[in-house]
Design a protein around this ligand. Structure first.
Ligand SMILES: Cc1cc2nc3c(=O)[nH]c(=O)nc-3n(C[C@H](O)[C@H](O)[C@H](O)COP(=O)(O)OP(=O)(O)OC[C@H]3O[C@@H](n4cnc5c(N)ncnc54)[C@H](O)[C@@H]3O)c2cc1C
Length: 485
């Protein structure tokens, strides 16, 4: 089933508890902090439900339409098809919504390609996961996840049973109906717009704290669950033209707080296994499917960035200067590079796990590392091309509502190639990507959404065919002639 945007908005009005500081938000679809973001999500649901776009966004299973990102790929063509769907979704938000509905769904889809892994931990967990996979895809659910311990409150070397003052999310009780969890987890991006949230662990936890090793899914309106939002960037915006990205594309981040939240066993996929609570994502295609989407999204983001860079240079009248063209040429080569890395993951696809198709893991992790290393520098290149012009624009586009001020603005703020209001929109857009709080958050996002660089490079290290590299060196060394004694 593919639901409409209107239905998606209704689902957000399910009584979930969201705080902005001390303020309790009753309805995220009407509150100015989240309203426009909610509309963006609804727009995406309408787009993928459009009958004219059926092939792009969905596949059929038993006569039922399912969003294509839930597809467990069997071959290269499936992967290419799924990639086109993710690219179209990313293009819809210009690559600025990271945890779009095709992101965490990739993780669940990947787990569903090796559910036996979970059954080995406790019989029944694998079936729970498969049932959940079915439930989520058939109901067109939007999933978010919180799989990181609250920062600065990691394993402090305490012994089991010792009272800790850090409230990492953990199981505090269990009975025949399920588990009860309490504590907090960071950082649930998009959760205010999603339908359900996956809790788990992407970072290692010590076996002595295995009560934290719980992997489960729960609705966002579960009793006892609340989302503590960071500053919403849309809130202070009076006019879209002043902060175009903050206004419409703030995907939001919240700390997940659970106070005695009950989760039935059917929604539990792992319990009390510290080591496996992290390994399930790499012993199945979960991590790869999820982050392949991130690479595709970064590609969309690069498309917007290079387009803005070029438009800015045109507006400034510097676009014909050879040294400026060299900068644009460099930027656009980086855009092509990430596109190539995405395509390469599909061309070099892996028949893994047996009978399924997964994007090439090494290239996926290499792309992830590349994006993590380069985003700040790419944004800095754009910011440098801007010069000081974003700060020349008036505080608000509302100057055009005043006849006298508007007249001056239209006359003196235009350039030979662009009208004043168009210039305002363009520069404010560029500033929202290079200088505002929204921009700063994105620099943090690209550095950390998949774990710190230590985590990401460790994935490349693990997947590398070191034996083959060693053999290469050894072959060369073996042929080096030594002087005769
Ligand atoms: C915008 C944003 C959105 C996010 N969305 C989500 C989400 O949807 N779901 C979710 O679960 N999580 C999310 N996260 C959290 C993310 O997973 C974590 O930020 C990430 O895993 C890094 O963990 P941390 O923040 O605790 O930093 P840390 O791991 O503490 O790292 C902080 C710094 O210390 C360095 N460091 C840490 N350990 C070492 C060491 N041993 N040696 C040298 N240097 C070290 C790191 O390299 C890094 O520079 C999000 C984060 C951001 C910023």
């Amino acid at each position: 089933m593919l639901i409409s945007g209107e239905r998606k908005l209704e689902r957000m009005r399910d009584g979930r508890v969201v705080y902005i500081g001390a303020e309790r938000v009753d309805d995220v679809t009407s509150h100015p902090a989240f309203r426009e973001g909610a509309k963006t999500v609804a727009g995406l649901y309408d787009l993928k439900a459009d009958p004219a776009k059926r092939d792009l966004f969905s596949y059929e299973d038993d006569g039922e339409l399912i969003s294509l990102y839930w597809l467990r790929c069997r071959n290269r063509d499936d992967l290419a098809r799924r990639m086109r769907c993710c690219k179209a979704i990313a293009d819809f938000t210009y690559g600025f919504v990271g945890r779009s509905p095709d992101q965490v769904s990739g993780l669940i889809t990947g787990l569903a390609m090796n559910s036996a892994l979970l059954d080995r931990l406790r019989p029944g967990f694998g079936q729970n996961l498969l049932n959940y996979y079915d439930h989520a895809r058939k109901n067109d659910l939007y999933l978010s996840f919180a799989v990181t311990p609250a920062s600065g409150r990691k394993d402090s070397g305490l012994f089991p049973g010792q009272q800790r003052d850090d409230p990492n999310l953990q199981v505090v009780a269990e009975d025949e109906s399920g588990v009860t969890v309490s504590g907090m987890k960071m950082l649930a991006t998009s959760a205010v717009y999603a339908d359900e949230i996956l809790i788990g662990n992407l970072t290692p936890i010590d076996d002595k704290f295995k009560s934290e090793a719980i992997t489960a899914a729960l609705p966002l309106n579960s009793p006892g669950l609340s989302l503590w939002s960071r500053q919403p960037y849309a809130l202070p915006v009076r006019h879209e033209a002043d902060y175009p990205m903050s206004y419409r594309f703030d995907e939001t981040d919240s700390v997940l707080v659970c106070n005695q939240v009950k989760i039935p066993w059917e929604r539990v996929f792992l319990h009390n296994d510290a080591a496996m609570s992290r390994r399930i994502y790499i012993e199945s295609p979960a991590n790869c499917y999820q982050n392949h989407q991130s690479n595709i999204r970064f590609w969309s983001k690069m498309g917007l960035i290079v387009g803005i860079a070029s438009r800015i240079c045109q507006a400034n009248g510097i676009d014909k200067i050879p040294a400026v063209r060299e900068q644009l040429g460099r930027l656009v080569s980086l855009e092509a590079l990430i596109g190539g890395l995405v395509a390469g993951q599909i061309e070099a696809w892996e028949n893994w796990p047996d009978g399924f198709a997964t994007p090439n893991r090494r290239i996926m992790y290499a792309a992830l590392n590349w994006c993590q290393e380069h985003y700040t520098e790419i944004v800095d290149t754009l910011r440098t091309l801007l010069g000081g012009y974003p700060l020349v624009m008036p505080a608000s586009i509302d100057v055009i509502t005043d006849e006298a001020l508007g007249g001056i603005f239209e006359r003196w703020w235009k350039t030979a190639s662009i009208e004043a209001t168009e210039r305002h929109k363009l520069y404010k857009l560029a500033w929202d990507i290079t200088g505002t709080e929204f921009a700063g958050r994105h620099m943090l996002y690209e550095k950390f959404y998949a774990g710190s660089s230590i985590v990401v490079r460790n994935q490349s290290d693990r997947e590398a065919p070191w034996q083959s590299f060693h053999d290469t060196v050894d072959r060369l060394l073996a042929n080096i002639e030594l002087p005769k004694v």
